[in-house]
Design a protein around this ligand. Structure first.
Ligand code: MG
Length: 332
């Protein structure tokens, strides 16, 4: 069977086709045939929801065509449409929903609403074969630490204000980097030489990042070296907080694996720090290839496939801006 995945929760529009041939999905019987991603460019004005939704609506047809062409698939061969139901930006979610709903009705195939956060975890568990991991999920809007408990994810710790990706994007804009986002921060951090004192806020297994931003704003950083030091400091301080909270949690849960996922999981420094901690705690460190960590539609298709095979497709397919990870039964 072939499944089409659609991702549109924030600034990324994605369309993917996967093929499955078997009874229980695993990396040997499931192949990603295409995983096309169209990103709205990051600008100094940040992301305006209406503009993001316009971008997704305008580019949906060419992106769909590209995903079908790359996977050598005719629309009539598709057996289900999986789409990202939330959490995310309302305008963007609706653009994806309308596309997915129209396609599923036109083709007469099921519409599978997929929790975006669950998909970030599941695509990593799927490809790394992690059975029972402690999950560190880091992206623009989310930063959470959780693990499976009685067939659902239980959140042990999370950001008390903004996501770590959002923090780094803000730092990029504040320091007017190129590009003005987390990518600019990572590039600039490589030239940093000293650590600036920044608020380090860990409360049990939760954490807060916005104090760092306020502190950086007050520093009035001007020279290139000052900015590089600020990037290095923001990165090191934020990641240390995440790793401390994750280690505290792991000592409590003793999961055999640690999964790092979400857009910021592509950061090599964070991978290094978390992998070292996992090793010291005797857990296997698991991270997916970069293409599956940034928002993408293959993760939606893979999770939709798991949900179909486990018979846990929710009846309400409408977009849900604030849906939590605990709402999805994990039966695979
Ligand atoms: Mg995401």
């Amino acid at each position: 069977m072939k499944i089409l995945g659609i991702e549109s929760t924030a600034h990324t529009l994605g369309v993917s086709v996967i093929k499955f041939n078997g009874k229980t999905p695993d990396p040997d019987n499931t192949r990603v045939l295409s995983n096309v991603v169209e990103k709205y460019p990051s600008t100094e004005e940040g992301y305006i929801p209406r503009k993001l939704a316009d971008h997704h609506a305008k580019l949906f047809r060419p992106t769909l065509d590209k995903a079908l062409l790359q996977s050598k698939t005719n629309a009539g061969e598709l057996n289900a449409i999986a789409y990202s139901q939330g959490p995310g930006i309302g305008h963007c979610l609706h653009a994806g929903y309308i596309a997915a709903k129209s396609l599923s009705e036109f083709l007469g195939v099921p519409l599978v609403p997929v929790n975006h956060a669950v998909a970030h975890v599941e695509v990593t568990r799927f490809f790394t074969r992690a059975q029972n991991p402690l999950v560190v999920y880091v992206s623009g809007g989310n930063s959470q630490i959780f693990a499976l408990e009685e067939g659902k994810y239980r959140v042990f710790g999370e950001t008390l204000d903004i996501g770590v990706g959002n923090l780094l994007d803000h730092v990029g804009r504040l320091l007017e980097l190129e590009p003005p986002d987390a990518v600019g921060v990572i590039k600039m951090a490589a030239e940093g030489k000293k650590l600036l004192p920044l608020p380090y806020t860990v409360k049990g297994m939760s954490f807060a990042f916005s104090g760092m931003l306020t502190s950086l704003k007050k520093m009035n950083l001007r020279t290139k070296q000052e900015k590089a030091d600020a990037c290095l400091s923001a990165q090191e301080t934020a990641f240390s907080m995440l790793v401390e909270a994750a280690e505290r949690c792991l000592c409590h849960t003793r999961n055999p694996e640690v999964v790092l996922c979400g857009g910021n999981a592509r950061n090599k420094r964070l991978q290094q720090m978390l992998s070292l901690m996992s090793q010291e705690q005797g857990a296997r460190f698991c991270v997916a290839a970069d293409e599956y960590n940034g928002d993408n539609a293959a993760m939606i298709a893979v999770t939709g496939l798991q949900m179909l095979c486990a018979n846990v497709v929710p009846s309400n397919a409408l977009p849900q801006q604030r849906i939590r990870i605990e709402s999805q039964k994990i039966k695979w």
